[in-house]
Design a protein around this ligand. Structure first.
Ligand SMILES: Cc1cc2nc3c(=O)[nH]c(=O)nc-3n(C[C@H](O)[C@H](O)[C@H](O)COP(=O)(O)O)c2cc1C
Length: 165
């Protein structure tokens, strides 16, 4: 017997777990596409794999899937406007988003903290989302700025309580 979980309660409680905010981008027929995800994570070192979880309802994910490769841009705390643009349903999300093209042909968003260029390795079904695995081909830290963080429906910035040694 499965226990029924209220979806609003699920969101509220899971919202207590903080995430970073990334923009997953791809070039599709020469035009940049992208979506914001909080579900990005590293998976494996050998081979180097990362993952994110697109909603089945996403209209951008099928375009990225068609491209067969994507770039994960770790957004900085001063890229709220980029976050807003790429999480919208606007027709041309990249109108006001400055970007360049990576050596592997994917959009790198200017001022992102880091970028990770990937080939699409696997897609698994998981309820109303997919689990997308990317094989890392190239990556770099582009800016020393702090990443944008998301917690309990709000945005913030990291504050160290212990400095790294
Ligand atoms: C902070 C934040 C985190 C998000 N995380 C995800 C995510 O992990 N997976 C997902 O499918 N959508 C996520 N979204 C929503 C998508 O960014 C947004 O719905 C989508 O890109 C816009 O719809 P489209 O895919 O049809 O273009 C997130 C949005 C925000 C603002």
């Amino acid at each position: 017997m499965s226990v029924s979980i209220d979806s609003a309660e699920f969101r509220r409680i899971l919202g207590h777990y903080p995430t970073g905010v990334c923009a997953v981008t791809a070039n599709v027929d020469g035009a940049p596409v992208g979506m914001v995800v909080g579900s990005f994570t590293s998976v494996s070192l050998d081979p180097p794999l990362v993952a994110f979880f697109p909603d089945r309802k996403s209209t951008t994910w099928p375009k990225i899937e068609t491209a067969g490769r994507f770039c994960v841009n770790v957004l900085s705390h001063n890229q709220r406007a980029v976050c807003q643009a790429l999480s919208s349903k606007a027709e041309n999300k990249f109108e006001s988003v400055a970007h360049r093209t990576s050596d592997l042909g994917q959009p790198i968003i200017e001022e992102s903290v880091a970028w990770i260029d990937c080939d699409l390795e696997a897609v698994h079904e998981a309820g109303d989302h997919f689990i997308v695995i990317g094989r890392v081909r190239s990556l770099d830290v582009a800016h020393s700025g702090d990443p944008l963080l998301f917690l309990k429906g709000g945005y913030g910035q990291f504050a160290a309580i212990v400095e790294s040694e």
